[in-house]
Design a protein around this ligand. Structure first.
Ligand SMILES: Nc1ncnc2c1ncn2[C@@H]1O[C@H](COP(=O)(O)OP(=O)(O)OP(=O)(O)O)[C@@H](O)[C@H]1O
Length: 303
C-alpha cells in the first residue's frame, strides 16, 4: 500500500491534488521541511510549524510543567493525531497552536503567521469534546451561527457558502434536520452538526479535541468515516486529539505519540494505508501493525 510519504501538495492550491476544495483562499507558505520529505530530499513547505515549545502552568504557587521541547511540522491538508496518556499535554499543544494559550518558550507559525494572527485571520475551526451547540437555535442556525456572528476580517478566510454547507449537511445525513433543535437530536447527530459547523467556517485548520469521546462505539466508528469524508472534500488541515489508537490509525496521515511529565513527542508514526480509508482496512495487517507499534510506544511511556 502507498503510504503518506508519497503525499504531495498541489503547487497551485497548496493542497493535496486529489481532493475537492470547497472554496478556501489560496495559502502562502512558510519554509520548513517536514520530516518525511527531509528524508526523501524533497523540499515541501510546512504549513504549521511548532518549534521548541515549552509550557509551564502555575497552580497554587507550584509549577506544573505541561510541555517541554515540542517540535512538530504539519503540511497543508494533512491529518495529524495527537495520542497519549491523560495529562501529557495534548490539549495544551492544540490550544497553543490555536492561539488560545501562550507558550513560555519556542515558536509556532501557521501559514507563516503567529497563532494569534492566524486566529485573527480566522484560520481555525474548533470541534470540542462535548456538544457546544446553541440549544435555542436550529441545526441550520447552529451551523451558520459563528460565521454570521463574526463578519470576515480583511485577509481572513471566507466561510463556506449556503450550497457548500448544504452539501456538508447532506454528507452527514442531516439535510432533513435543518429545522430541528439540538434537544430533538441524538448525541451522535449533535456531534455531526458540530462537525459540519467546524468545517463551515471555511477555516484552513480544524482543531479537534477528543470530539467523539462521549459517543458509543458504533456511532463513534461511523463518525470517523463522516469526518474523513468532510476532510477529503474540504482539504482542511486537521489536528485531532484522541485516546484511541485505532481511531488515530484509521484517520491519520501521521500520529504523534506524546509522553507525560513533562509532555513531549515521543514518537511519530506515518500511517501506511491508502486514501480514502475504508472500514475494510481495519482488518488488514498494515492497520494492525500500526496499532501494535503505537501501543508499544504508549506502553513505553508507562514503563
Ligand atoms: N490552565 C491550566 N492551569 C494549570 N494546569 C494546567 C492547565 N491546563 C492544563 N494544565 C496541566 O497541564 C498538564 C497537561 O494538560 P492537558 O490538558 O494539556 O493534557 P491532556 O493530554 O490533554 O489530558 P487529557 O487527555 O486528560 O485531556 C496537566 O498536568 C494539566 O493538569
Amino acid at each position: 500500500m502507498v503510504g503518506p510519504s508519497s503525499y504531495r501538495i498541489d503547487p497551485e492550491t497548496k493542497r493535496p491534488g486529489n481532493r475537492v476544495v470547497l472554496g478556501f483562499a489560496a495559502m502562502s507558505s512558510s519554509c520548513r521541511i517536514a520530516p518525511d520529505d527531509a528524508a526523501s530530499g524533497t523540499s515541501v513547505a510546512s504549513f504549521i510549524s511548532v518549534d521548541g515549545v515549552h509550557k509551564i502552568f502555575r497552580r497554587k504557587g507550584r509549577a506544573v510543567p505541561a510541555l517541554r521541547g515540542v517540535d512538530l511540522d504539519i503540511q497543508a491538508g494533512e491529518f495529524v493525531s495527537l495520542l497519549g496518556p491523560s495529562g501529557c499535554g495534548k490539549s495544551t499543544l492544540l490550544r497553543i497552536i490555536g492561539g488560545l494559550v501562550e507558550p513560555d518558550a519556542g515558536t509556532v507559525t501557521v501559514d507563516g503567521l503567529s497563532p494569534l494572527d492566524a486566529r485573527a485571520a480566522k484560520s481555525f475551526g474548533l470541534v470540542p469534546q462535548a456538544s457546544s451547540l446553541v440549544p435555542w437555535a436550529t441545526v441550520d442556525r447552529n451551523v451558520r451561527f459563528l460565521s454570521q456572528l463574526e463578519p470576515r476580517r480583511s485577509g481572513g478566510h471566507d466561510p463556506l457558502d449556503d450550497d457548500q454547507i448544504d452539501d456538508l449537511l447532506d454528507t452527514v445525513g442531516l439535510r432533513d434536520f435543518r429545522g430541528a433543535y439540538p434537544h430533538e437530536l441524538s448525541g451522535g447527530m449533535q456531534q455531526r452538526v458540530s462537525l459540519v459547523r467546524g468545517f463551515a467556517l471555511g477555516a484552513p485548520v480544524l482543531l479537534m479535541d477528543e470530539p467523539f469521546a462521549a459517543l458509543d462505539e458504533i456511532t463513534r466508528a461511523d463518525m470517523r468515516y463522516l469526518l474523513l469524508e468532510l476532510w477529503q472534500r474540504t482539504g482542511t488541515t486537521v489536528i485531532f486529539v484522541t485516546h484511541s489508537i485505532t481511531e488515530a490509525v484509521i484517520l491519520s496521515d501521521r500520529v504523534a505519540v506524546m509522553a507525560a511529565h513533562p509532555g513531549r513527542i515521543a514518537a511519530l508514526d506515518t500511517i501506511g494505508l491508502d486514501r480514502p480509508r475504508t472500514p475494510e482496512m481495519e482488518d488488514t495487517d498494515v492497520f494492525h501493525d500500526h496499532v501494535r507499534i503505537l501501543r508499544t510506544h504508549l506502553l513505553d511511556q508507562h514503563a
